[in-house]
Design a protein around this ligand. Structure first.
Ligand code: HEC
Length: 113
């Protein structure tokens, strides 16, 4: 498949994430620079949107960079599309992290993957 065709075949949310450089820090199922999208998928939907909009630091333990704010680059619709897509990354986390560790406070789990 051509590169562009492969990109166009991705879910809209993932296209946005790739275009906006989210993958420079986040990965789908590995937490290295930032928590993985699989981990984040367990978070409250509105909190996910708000964090993308306004950025964040210090909420998750063990990461040393800031989550930048994207509000000047994204429409509300983009934020919603991203939030929905992040919600679909959850299937991967169940394999990677024991459920009892993530139920209440997933952001306290340190470098689990
Ligand atoms: C420069 C690195 C970096 C980039 C680029 C980045 N993030 Fe993050 N992101 C982080 C870090 C670090 C955290 C953890 C923040 C914290 O602990 O408060 C985070 C946290 C998050 C959260 C957690 C929300 C919560 O409430 O727990 C979401 C959602 C998120 N990022 C989505 C995105 C999306 C979508 C993009 C692209 C539009 C993106 N990030 C780009 C570093 C980054």
């Amino acid at each position: 498949m051509q590169k562009k065709a492969a990109f166009d075949a991705l879910p809209k949310g993932e296209q946005l994430a790739r275009r906006n450089g989210c993958f420079n820090c986040h990965a789908l199922d590995k937490s290295v620079i930032a928590p993985s999208f699989a981990q984040i998928s367990k978070r409250d939907a509105k909190e996910i949107r708000d964090t993308i909009k306004n950025g964040s630091q210090g909420k998750w333990k063990g990461f040393h960079v800031m989550m930048p704010a994207f509000k000047s680059r994204m429409t509300e619709k983009d934020l919603y599309t991203l939030q929905k897509w992040i919600g679909t990354c959850s299937s991967k986390i169940q394999k990677a992290i024991p459920a009892e560790n993530i139920k209440e406070t997933p952001w306290k789990v340190k470098h689990v993957i």
